[in-house]
Design a protein around this ligand. Structure first.
Ligand code: TNX
Length: 503
């Protein structure tokens, strides 16, 4: 609600925080970060007092939801009241959106904030982005800038796709070959993958490509995310998308033949052997070194062809009384989930984990449309909606493909992303199982961070709003508000796709 008048925020406006919660320091840091480009420095911060005139006052009120906030800007002062530090953090992001973009040029003495009363909170608890760092690698700094983007959009989950056929990107002390061998591919296909038909017309760049994160770097990223109230969910693909791991330790595959880290992008038949116990010893050893409450174990696109021919996998089927090879995936997933649960952690996987029979506790990420998510929610499993139809930001943004950088395919304009209804097809009981929504950025055709930004923005904003306010949407109003957000993108130095703004 707009109110008459403005508040003059200056470099000497004090920030007063009445709270003993340590994490309010992170909120004050966030405010500094927002104001740094405006004043060239942050504001002076005082603990623990609030209610000061001509100040930015922070207060926590435990009767509010942790992620809820009230933001009152009057001509006298700015009062931010939140249920917990995360709510206060979201208020700071809203404050950033209230700043006039001209102010971001720096060296400004005072800026005028319009007087407003805002009451706000997210409807969905999970508002995420998945970044694939396996197909193309992104540096720690680039990952941090991605987290900054999530913070700007009040999103709170970073799903980090760390392993795939084309590269293993996470240091594991117990299995050093994973990064020594598995993090580098000999060369990379140029152009669009013909889908298995690799002949002499295929061209490769003939350059080794690699990269991985040390565990220290991962801790740095997790800490950076936590200070922005973002949870990191690492993904270790199992049992499919495994070739980089098999190239590192050939005994993990059914045939044990010499594998090579993949240089092309289609689905590979060569997956983890789930007949041998040594495979489970391996994955448990890996997961022991992976941090996080939720562990994503992938589970997508896992062909059963090798299992059908493997004596160990066939013996496993007999021993477990399984009647179809696909059930081996259910067996493997449940076995890994038991291990995670015994260590106080929870499993999340792509919707294929439903096909082999899923435990009632596993969380399901629905990507092949929303059907898997609907099925899972109806049987009471926690669900995240990330369907290709609305959430695949690696797809083209217009149908003018010739004038766009090479992308996976499909056409997913901003308006379509915005249309996602994460509750469609679910009664109110099942709706409660839907934790939230997620955008996915697969990077087969996204070689660098500039292009990643171009694919993310502005479509990430649409996913963010679906998660924040799934029941209160109006595309024209969204587009109108995007005009300001795009200026903010520019002022923050982000690259974005211009299509939705070309009138
Ligand atoms: C399917 S989505 C995949 C990925 C690809 C993506 C391309 C999912 C769980 N698996 O391996 O990168 O399509 O859009």
């Amino acid at each position: 609600t707009p109110v008459e008048g403005v508040f003059r925020l200056g470099a000497s406006t004090p920030v007063c925080i009445e709270s003993s919660d340590e994490r309010m320091r992170w909120v004050a840091d966030a405010l500094d970060e927002v104001l740094q480009p405006v004043f060239g420095r942050g504001l002076e911060c005082r603990f623990p007092q609030a209610g000061e005139p001509h100040a930015v006052n922070f207060l926590l009120d435990a009767s509010m939801a942790p992620d809820a906030y009230r933001l009152m800007v009057t001509t006298e002062r700015v009062d931010i009241c939140a249920g917990a530090p995360e709510g206060a953090f979201y208020a700071v992001q809203t404050l950033r959106q209230l700043l006039p973009v001209e102010a971001f040029d720096g060296g400004v003495r005072t800026v005028e904030l319009p007087a407003v009363e805002i009451e706000d909170r997210p409807a969905m608890a999970y508002r995420g982005l998945m970044l694939d760092v396996a197909r193309h690698f992104f540096t720690v700094d680039e990952v941090k800038r991605t987290l900054d983007l999530l913070a700007l959009h009040k999103m709170n989950v970073f799903h980090w796709h760390l392993t795939d056929d084309q590269g293993w990107r996470l240091e594991i002390h117990k299995y050093p070959e994973l990064t020594r061998v598995g993090s580098v591919r000999r060369r990379t296909l140029i152009g669009k993958d013909p889908g298995g038909e690799y002949d002499e017309t295929c061209r490769y760049d003939e350059r080794p490509y690699g990269g991985f994160y040390t565990q220290e770097e991962v801790r740095e990223v997790v800490d950076y995310a936590a200070r922005r109230f973002i949870t990191v969910i690492p993904e270790i693909e199992f049992p499919g998308h495994a070739v980089a791991a098999l190239a590192s330790y050939p005994w993990l595959g059914c045939t044990g033949e010499q594998y090579e880290v993949r240089q092309t992008w289609d689905i590979d038949d060569r997956v983890f052997c789930v007949g041998r116990d040594s495979t489970f010893d391996f994955i448990e050893g890996v997961l022991d070194e992976v941090i996080g409450l939720y562990i994503h174990i992938g589970g997508d696109e896992c062909p059963t062809k090798m299992w059908e021919q493997c004596p160990h996998c066939r013996a496993r089927m007999r021993a477990e009384g399984l009647t179809a090879p696909r059930q081996l995936q259910g067996y493997a997933t449940k076995r890994v989930e038991r291990f995670l649960q015994a260590h106080g952690r929870r499993l999340i996987g792509w919707d294929e984990i439903l096909d082999g029979g899923v435990s009632p506790t596993a969380a399901v990420m629905s990507w092949r449309g929303t059907e898997g998510g609907i099925r899972a929610a109806r049987q009471g499993n926690p669900v995240v909606m990330a369907p290709t139809t609305h959430c695949y930001l690696d797809y083209y943004q217009t149908d003018d493909v010739a004038n766009e950088p090479l992308a996976w395919g499909g056409c997913l304009p901003l308006s379509k992303v915005y249309e996602l209804d994460p509750y469609e097809g679910l009664d109110s009981l099942a709706q409660r199982c839907v934790l939230g929504v997620q955008a996915n950025l697969w990077t087969e055709y996204i070689p660098d961070f500039a292009q990643a930004q171009y694919m993310l923005l502005p479509r990430l904003a649409a996913v963010a709003e679906v998660g924040w306010a799934p029941r209160r949407r109006n595309y024209d109003d969204f587009l109108r508000r995007m005009e300001h957000l795009r200026l903010l993108y520019g002022a923050c130095g982000y690259r974005y796709a211009p299509h939705p703004f070309a009138h």
